[in-house]
Design a protein around this ligand. Sequence first.
Ligand SMILES: *[C@@H]1O[C@H](CO)[C@@H](O)[C@H](O)[C@H]1NC(C)=O
Ligand SMILES: *[C@@H]1O[C@H](CO)[C@@H](O)[C@H](O)[C@H]1NC(C)=O
Ligand SMILES: [Cu+2]
Length: 163
Amino acid sequence: MASRMGLIGCLVIVVALLKCATAQTQIASVEYEVGDSLGWAVPPNTSYYSTWASTKTFYLGDSFYFNWPWTGNQNVVPVPKPYYDNCTSGGIIIASPVIYTPPSTGTYYFICIVGDHCERGQKVAITILPAIGSPKSSDSSLTVGAFFAMLATTAVISFLHLV
Ligand SMILES: *[C@@H]1O[C@H](CO)[C@@H](O)[C@H](O)[C@H]1NC(C)=O
Ligand SMILES: *[C@@H]1O[C@H](CO)[C@@H](O)[C@H](O)[C@H]1NC(C)=O
Ligand SMILES: [Cu+2]
Protein backbone atom coordinates (compact mmCIF):
# COMPACT_ATOMS: atom_id res chain seq x y z
CA MET A 1 0.00 0.00 0.00
CA ALA A 2 2.74 2.44 1.04
CA SER A 3 4.87 1.56 -2.01
CA ARG A 4 1.87 2.04 -4.31
CA MET A 5 1.30 5.52 -2.84
CA GLY A 6 4.97 6.32 -3.34
CA LEU A 7 4.84 5.11 -6.93
CA ILE A 8 1.75 7.18 -7.68
CA GLY A 9 3.38 10.21 -6.04
CA CYS A 10 6.47 9.86 -8.18
CA LEU A 11 4.44 9.36 -11.36
CA VAL A 12 2.57 12.58 -10.56
CA ILE A 13 5.91 14.39 -10.21
CA VAL A 14 7.20 12.95 -13.51
CA VAL A 15 4.03 13.97 -15.37
CA ALA A 16 4.20 17.47 -13.81
CA LEU A 17 7.84 17.87 -14.89
CA LEU A 18 7.11 16.74 -18.44
CA LYS A 19 4.17 19.16 -18.65
CA CYS A 20 6.49 21.89 -17.37
CA ALA A 21 9.02 21.16 -20.13
CA THR A 22 6.28 21.21 -22.79
CA ALA A 23 4.70 24.43 -21.45
CA GLN A 24 7.99 26.26 -22.12
CA THR A 25 7.56 25.72 -25.84
CA GLN A 26 4.09 27.26 -25.88
CA ILE A 27 4.74 30.86 -24.75
CA ALA A 28 2.77 33.12 -27.08
CA SER A 29 4.35 35.90 -29.09
CA VAL A 30 3.51 39.46 -28.06
CA GLU A 31 2.35 42.42 -30.12
CA TYR A 32 3.94 45.60 -28.77
CA GLU A 33 2.64 49.07 -29.42
CA VAL A 34 5.82 51.03 -30.05
CA GLY A 35 5.98 53.91 -27.54
CA ASP A 36 3.00 52.60 -25.55
CA SER A 37 0.42 55.39 -25.03
CA LEU A 38 2.42 57.98 -27.01
CA GLY A 39 2.32 55.71 -30.05
CA TRP A 40 4.61 56.64 -32.95
CA ALA A 41 5.12 60.40 -32.74
CA VAL A 42 7.71 63.06 -31.99
CA PRO A 43 8.54 62.17 -28.39
CA PRO A 44 8.93 64.62 -25.46
CA ASN A 45 12.68 63.93 -25.45
CA THR A 46 15.28 62.11 -27.54
CA SER A 47 15.66 59.20 -25.09
CA TYR A 48 11.95 58.32 -25.07
CA TYR A 49 12.04 55.35 -27.51
CA SER A 50 15.37 53.96 -26.31
CA THR A 51 13.95 54.00 -22.77
CA TRP A 52 10.78 52.33 -24.05
CA ALA A 53 12.79 49.54 -25.74
CA SER A 54 15.20 49.06 -22.82
CA THR A 55 12.37 48.28 -20.40
CA LYS A 56 11.33 45.25 -22.47
CA THR A 57 12.77 42.02 -23.80
CA PHE A 58 11.73 41.09 -27.31
CA TYR A 59 11.70 37.59 -28.74
CA LEU A 60 11.48 36.18 -32.23
CA GLY A 61 7.79 36.04 -33.16
CA ASP A 62 6.91 39.28 -31.38
CA SER A 63 5.42 42.02 -33.55
CA PHE A 64 5.55 45.79 -33.40
CA TYR A 65 2.66 48.11 -34.05
CA PHE A 66 3.66 51.63 -35.05
CA ASN A 67 0.47 53.47 -34.23
CA TRP A 68 -0.38 57.07 -35.06
CA PRO A 69 -3.67 58.90 -35.68
CA TRP A 70 -4.68 59.27 -39.32
CA THR A 71 -4.27 63.04 -38.89
CA GLY A 72 -0.64 62.58 -37.85
CA ASN A 73 2.14 63.07 -40.35
CA GLN A 74 4.49 60.19 -39.61
CA ASN A 75 6.15 57.35 -41.40
CA VAL A 76 8.22 54.29 -40.60
CA VAL A 77 11.46 53.55 -42.40
CA PRO A 78 13.51 50.46 -41.58
CA VAL A 79 17.17 51.48 -41.92
CA PRO A 80 20.67 50.16 -41.23
CA LYS A 81 22.38 51.35 -38.03
CA PRO A 82 24.48 54.19 -39.56
CA TYR A 83 21.27 55.68 -41.02
CA TYR A 84 19.59 55.34 -37.62
CA ASP A 85 22.54 57.00 -35.87
CA ASN A 86 22.61 59.90 -38.33
CA CYS A 87 18.91 60.10 -39.21
CA THR A 88 19.78 59.53 -42.85
CA SER A 89 16.56 59.45 -44.85
CA GLY A 90 17.27 56.42 -47.06
CA GLY A 91 15.15 53.34 -47.29
CA ILE A 92 11.60 52.33 -48.03
CA ILE A 93 8.71 54.07 -46.31
CA ILE A 94 6.17 51.65 -44.87
CA ALA A 95 2.58 52.95 -45.06
CA SER A 96 0.27 53.05 -42.03
CA PRO A 97 -0.90 50.96 -40.27
CA VAL A 98 2.44 49.37 -39.66
CA ILE A 99 2.73 46.06 -37.89
CA TYR A 100 6.20 44.70 -38.34
CA THR A 101 7.25 41.18 -37.37
CA PRO A 102 11.04 40.81 -37.47
CA PRO A 103 11.87 37.65 -39.45
CA SER A 104 14.97 36.75 -37.46
CA THR A 105 17.02 37.63 -34.40
CA GLY A 106 19.21 40.74 -34.30
CA THR A 107 18.72 44.48 -34.00
CA TYR A 108 16.29 46.37 -36.21
CA TYR A 109 16.32 50.14 -36.64
CA PHE A 110 13.33 52.29 -37.54
CA ILE A 111 13.14 56.03 -38.05
CA CYS A 112 10.54 58.60 -39.09
CA ILE A 113 11.85 60.75 -41.92
CA VAL A 114 9.18 63.47 -41.81
CA GLY A 115 10.92 66.84 -41.28
CA ASP A 116 13.26 66.73 -38.29
CA HIS A 117 11.25 64.06 -36.41
CA CYS A 118 14.14 61.60 -36.34
CA GLU A 119 16.57 64.20 -34.97
CA ARG A 120 13.98 64.99 -32.30
CA GLY A 121 14.03 61.35 -31.19
CA GLN A 122 11.41 59.60 -33.33
CA LYS A 123 13.56 56.54 -33.88
CA VAL A 124 13.72 53.15 -32.26
CA ALA A 125 16.16 50.24 -32.11
CA ILE A 126 14.59 46.85 -31.39
CA THR A 127 16.72 43.85 -30.45
CA ILE A 128 15.15 40.45 -31.05
CA LEU A 129 16.32 37.47 -29.02
CA PRO A 130 15.79 33.80 -29.93
CA ALA A 131 12.25 32.70 -29.11
CA ILE A 132 11.66 30.96 -25.80
CA GLY A 133 10.95 27.40 -26.81
CA SER A 134 13.02 27.54 -29.99
CA PRO A 135 14.68 24.14 -30.65
CA LYS A 136 17.80 25.14 -28.67
CA SER A 137 16.11 26.28 -25.47
CA SER A 138 13.40 23.58 -25.51
CA ASP A 139 16.13 20.96 -25.85
CA SER A 140 17.78 22.20 -22.67
CA SER A 141 14.47 22.36 -20.79
CA LEU A 142 13.65 18.82 -21.90
CA THR A 143 17.06 17.75 -20.68
CA VAL A 144 16.31 19.30 -17.29
CA GLY A 145 12.90 17.59 -17.31
CA ALA A 146 14.45 14.26 -18.28
CA PHE A 147 17.05 14.64 -15.53
CA PHE A 148 14.36 15.15 -12.88
CA ALA A 149 12.29 12.32 -14.32
CA MET A 150 15.35 10.10 -13.98
CA LEU A 151 15.83 11.25 -10.37
CA ALA A 152 12.16 10.51 -9.65
CA THR A 153 12.44 7.05 -11.24
CA THR A 154 15.52 6.34 -9.13
CA ALA A 155 13.53 7.44 -6.08
CA VAL A 156 10.73 4.99 -6.99
CA ILE A 157 13.22 2.14 -7.38
CA SER A 158 14.96 2.95 -4.08
CA PHE A 159 11.57 3.26 -2.39
CA LEU A 160 10.46 -0.14 -3.73
CA HIS A 161 13.72 -1.67 -2.51
CA LEU A 162 13.17 -0.22 0.97
CA VAL A 163 9.73 -1.78 1.45
C1 LIG B 1 11.48 61.67 -21.41
O1 LIG B 1 10.07 61.78 -21.39
C2 LIG B 1 9.41 60.78 -20.64
C3 LIG B 1 7.91 60.96 -20.83
O2 LIG B 1 7.52 62.28 -20.57
C4 LIG B 1 9.86 60.86 -19.20
O3 LIG B 1 9.23 59.85 -18.45
C5 LIG B 1 11.36 60.71 -19.11
O4 LIG B 1 11.79 60.86 -17.78
C6 LIG B 1 12.05 61.74 -20.01
N1 LIG B 1 13.46 61.46 -20.02
C7 LIG B 1 14.37 62.43 -19.92
C8 LIG B 1 15.79 61.99 -19.96
O5 LIG B 1 14.08 63.62 -19.80
C1 LIG C 1 27.26 60.43 -39.57
O1 LIG C 1 27.48 61.76 -39.13
C2 LIG C 1 28.82 62.01 -38.76
C3 LIG C 1 28.90 63.42 -38.21
O2 LIG C 1 28.24 64.33 -39.03
C4 LIG C 1 29.72 61.78 -39.96
O3 LIG C 1 31.07 62.00 -39.60
C5 LIG C 1 29.55 60.36 -40.46
O4 LIG C 1 30.30 60.15 -41.62
C6 LIG C 1 28.11 60.06 -40.75
N1 LIG C 1 27.96 58.65 -41.06
C7 LIG C 1 27.19 58.21 -42.03
C8 LIG C 1 27.17 56.74 -42.22
O5 LIG C 1 26.52 58.94 -42.76
CU1 LIG D 1 7.41 61.60 -37.52
